[in-house]
Design a protein around this ligand. Structure first.
Ligand SMILES: [Ca+2]
Ligand SMILES: [Ca+2]
Ligand SMILES: [Ca+2]
Ligand SMILES: [Ca+2]
Length: 121
């Protein structure tokens, strides 16, 4: 039940990311306007606060939009092998650019390839 709730929250967050409202949420939470959320600022967005350490892949103590979007996209990794195959990609823009994003041509997208996508946005 609890897991379902989290999945619903993440699905909502992914939807928000897709239409730009999510970015606005991050902007609102970013009180000092430095473009990243520290742990205190992240409290405004529960799904980010809860997964802060997992989202902060470069371990600089803050999460930026790229890290958050990458984390949300990687949630589609149903078989937990650390990469997304074509069936696991939920973001339409990523699905469309799949072959281009798959820079090592292994047929899947890893977190690095996905974060490169968001870095270009
Ligand atoms: Ca900040
Ligand atoms: Ca970080
Ligand atoms: Ca996978
Ligand atoms: Ca790849």
């Amino acid at each position: 039940m609890k897991k379902n709730l989290i999945m619903t929250l993440l699905a909502t967050a992914t939807l928000l990311a897709a239409n730009g409202v999510w970015a606005k949420n991050v902007k609102t939470a970013d009180k000092d306007n430095d473009g990243t959320l520290d742990k205190t600022e992240a409290k405004a967005i529960p799904v980010v606060a809860k997964n802060f350490d997992a989202i902060d892949v470069d371990k600089d103590g803050t999460v930026d939009q790229i890290e958050i979007n990458t984390f949300l996209a990687m949630k589609g990794d149903k078989d937990s092998d650390g990469t997304l195959d074509k069936k696991e990609v939920k973001n339409k823009a990523i699905a469309k650019a799949f072959d281009k994003l798959d820079t090592d041509k292994d047929g899947t997208l890893d977190a690095k390839e996905i974060s490169a996508f968001f870095a270009k946005q």
